[in-house]
Design a protein around this ligand. Structure first.
Ligand code: AMP
Length: 307
């Protein structure tokens, strides 16, 4: 099984209480692809600039991530600068430069056409929609977005939501998008916009899966996965995308999508998010092994198991 993902491949400058890093490899699609690559084949659609070097390419190669859909364009790669000095759970964006993404026309390589899973990682909703429309054959579509797009690009985002099965966003974004301070009511409002499953992430407190039923009822289909209490969070950047990569990567690797599989996927999402924050940028995901993932999954089970 394979996932095609479209989203930012970027350089990030990050400041956290643990220190500062300039222009490290980042981007929503990068974190997602690295995390998902431990579970299934991953193919990326993105654009990078002339500043994107062999060192960054190697990171993708080492994880056998298909980069034929990463176009090279004249100009600079997407650049994001964020700070977590005030709040470790929420990045304060200091600067976003779309650069080569501003004029990007996504092209889907022929070799990607048989992907059954599509992930629309964080990027301009207009690009997310184009890729969604160009891949009508996919079996399951999930996506992510952020306040930047929710606040200023709402009409385009609403079009994307219509084509999604699953939306993964954080709880604050759920409240803004669903225009309700109550998370359950906001979740219902968001699901009425398209996705039948909403995964609302709570940073260091885990994530909740909401599943809309035809009669609009919710309850037994709601499931909460914890996050691992960690002594030190070095850099929260990419935690959400890594969660999405673990969650969707695990789903894509299963024969059948049962409610139990979705529950385990929530745990694998939490596992990948917990690794991502242990070091700056993609450092921890780059060094990770499948054995460490499985070990941590067991720790997560023990954290919440009653008997
Ligand atoms: P998160 O998982 O939410 O921490 O995502 C962090 C990544 O999102 C960073 O590596 C950034 O490069 C990327 N990012 C930040 N702002 C945007 C944006 N407006 N569109 C797409 N990607 C972004």
């Amino acid at each position: 099984m394979s996932i095609t993902v479209v989203g930012s491949v970027a350089y990030d400058s990050i400041e956290t209480p643990s220190g500062r890093r300039e222009r490290c490899l980042g981007g929503a699609a990068t974190y997602f692809a690295l995390a998902a690559s431990f579970f299934c084949d991953v193919r990326v659609i993105a654009v990078v600039g002339e500043d994107f070097g062999p060192e960054q390419e190697t990171v993708f190669e080492r994880h056998h991530i298909d980069t034929r859909g990463i176009e090279r364009a004249a100009g600079k790669s997407f650049f994001w600068e964020g700070s977590y000095l005030e709040n470790l759970n929420e990045a304060k964006t200091r600067n976003t430069e779309l650069n080569v993404f501003a004029t990007f026309e996504p092209k889907i390589p022929e070799a990607y056409r048989d992907s059954e899973f599509l992930f629309l990682a964080n990027i301009d909703p207009v690009l997310q929609r184009r890729v969604r429309e160009a891949m009508p054959q996919v079996k399951l579509v999930a996506g992510d977005t952020m306040n930047y797009w929710i606040n200023d690009y709402r009409p385009a985002l609403l079009e994307v939501l219509k084509g999604l099965d699953i939306l993964l966003i954080n709880d604050a974004e759920t409240r803004v998008l669903g225009e309700n301070q109550n998370l359950v009511k906001a979740a219902k409002a968001v699901m009425s916009m398209g996705p039948r499953i909403l995964v609302a992430k709570h940073g260091e407190y885990g994530a909740t899966l909401f599943h809309s039923q035809r009669n609009g009822a919710m309850g037994e289909r709601t499931f909460r996965a914890p996050a691992l209490p960690l002594e030190e969070v070095v850099d929260p950047t990419g935690a959400g995308d890594s969660f999405a990569g673990g969650f969707f990567g695990y789903l894509a690797a299963q024969k059948e999508l049962t409610p139990g599989v979705f529950r385990r996927a929530m745990f694998y999402g939490s596992v990948m998010g917990s690794f991502a924050v242990e070091r700056f940028g993609t450092e921890r995901l780059e060094q990770l092994t499948r054995a460490e993932i499985d070990e941590r999954f067991v720790r997560f089970r023990e954290l919440t198991h009653l008997d």
